[in-house]
Structures are given as structure tokens and as C-alpha cells.
Design a protein around this ligand. Structure first.
Ligand SMILES: [Zn+2]
Length: 234
């Protein structure tokens, strides 16, 4: 009877502890997950910027080709002009187009540098990404496997609790749970060296006699817990 009560208390405590453990995400895993998501996002951002820069670069090169075409046209016009007024006007056009060409050339150059840097960074990040992804998956998998294992333990413990409680009268069961609540999970206290192990108060010799006979429930005089006397370990 007391063995069962003691075991029941133990299993109830076990369930509470393991549930807490199962529902607490390890701090290092929260951090690992955040870091991994950041690395993924960084790769996405670089890729996006790279394709944007490539597009801008192609556009600038097309502009440059148009401008060079214009420059050639003005240069041939220059050779055919008749008046000095017309000559000055064409020279002006050439001046303007050359300024645009220089600006566009600078733009192409800086875009090419940007593209090259982005490609380098992307290659580097993409090289380490598969290993990082795998490592991340393994860590998550370990966590999920640990949770599954805990759930299995919980299932077994809950079945045992149910079985132990079904062997008690409803009144005893209610009484026991009331005591458990009142004593914060420790309703049954082991007797160690003739003392209550919860409050360390010595047990009267007469009460020890009753405990040793093992036929009645004895409460600790001091803390009012149910005393559990186990001849093997007392
Ligand atoms: Zn006590």
C-alpha cells in the first residue's frame, strides 16, 4: 500500500519534471536557429543584389553602345559641315555625348566591381551552406528525437499512474492528491534513521513500532506527511 503511494508520488513528480524538460527549448538551439536563418537570408540578399547589378550593368553597356554610335555619327557630321556656326554646334554635341560616355563607363566599371565582389561572397557562402544546413538539421533532429523519447516515457509513466490510482478507493485517491497539493508534491516522506526525511524530526518509538508492523498509515507528528518505512533502506 505505502510502496504504491510512494511510487505514485514518484511518477507524478517524474511526469511534471519531464514535461517541463520537453517543453523548454534549449537556449543554444534558439540561438543556433536564429544564426542559421540569418545566414540563409544573407545569401538571398546577395543573390538579389547580384541579379539587380547584372541587370543595371547590361543596361549601362547598351547605353554605352548607343552613345558610341551617336559619337561616331557626330564625328562624321563634323567632317561634312560647311559653316563655322554649324561646326561649333556639332562640337558641342560631341562634347555632351563624350561626357555621357565617360559617366556611363564609370558606372559600368563600378557595377562590374560590385558584381565580382558579390559573386565571390556568394560562392564562399554557398560553399559552406550545405554543411551548415546539415549541421542545423542534425541539431534540430536531436532535439525532436529527445522530445519523442520523453513523450514515450511520459506515456508509460501516465499509464502507471492510472493503474496505481485505479487500485485506490476514490476517497484515498482524493485524500492523497489533496496532501500532494498541500505539500508541494511531497506527500509521502521516507523514514531515514528513525526520522522523517522531509522535516528531519525524530519519530516516536511507538510510531516506529506501528510503522515497522506496516499495517497502518502513520503521519509525521511535525509535518503531517505520510511516513514511508522501507526496511531495506532505513
Ligand atoms: Zn515530517
Amino acid at each position: 500500500m505505502l510502496d504504491q503511494l510512494y511510487r505514485l508520488q514518484d511518477r507524478i513528480q517524474f511526469v511534471a519534471d519531464r514535461e517541463r524538460e520537453r517543453d523548454t527549448v534549449p537556449a543554444e538551439l534558439v540561438e543556433v536557429d536564429r544564426e542559421f536563418q540569418e545566414r540563409l537570408e544573407a545569401v538571398g540578399r546577395i543573390r538579389e543584389r547580384l541579379s539587380q547589378a547584372e541587370k543595371e550593368c547590361r543596361q549601362s553597356e547598351a547605353d554605352l553602345a548607343d552613345l558610341t554610335e551617336k559619337q561616331k555619327k557626330y564625328q562624321s557630321q563634323l567632317r561634312a559641315v560647311q559653316s563655322s556656326r554649324e561646326y561649333g554646334a556639332v562640337l558641342n554635341e560631341i562634347d555632351g555625348v563624350e561626357k555621357l560616355i565617360r559617366g556611363t563607363e564609370d558606372r559600368v566599371l563600378s557595377l562590374e566591381e560590385e558584381i565580382e565582389a558579390a559573386r565571390r561572397e556568394l560562392t564562399e557562402r554557398e560553399r559552406s551552406l550545405p554543411a551548415e544546413t546539415e549541421e542545423h538539421e542534425i541539431r534540430l533532429k536531436d532535439w525532436r528525437a529527445a522530445q519523442r523519447a520523453i513523450n514515450e516515457e511520459l506515456e508509460a509513466a501516465r499509464q502507471e499512474i492510472q493503474r496505481l490510482e485505479s487500485e485506490m478507493t476514490p476517497r484515498d485517491r482524493a485524500e492523497f492528491h489533496r496532501l500532494l497539493d498541500k505539500k508541494r508534491g511531497l506527500a509521502v516522506s521516507r523514514v531515514v534513521q528513525s526520522s522523517c526525511s522531509a522535516c528531519h524530526v525524530k519519530i516516536r518509538p511507538a510510531a516506529m513500532q506501528i510503522l515497522k508492523a506496516g499495517r497502518e498509515i502513520v503521519y509525521c507528528d511535525s509535518c503531517k506527511r505520510i511516513l514511508y518505512y522501507d526496511p531495506q533502506s532505513s
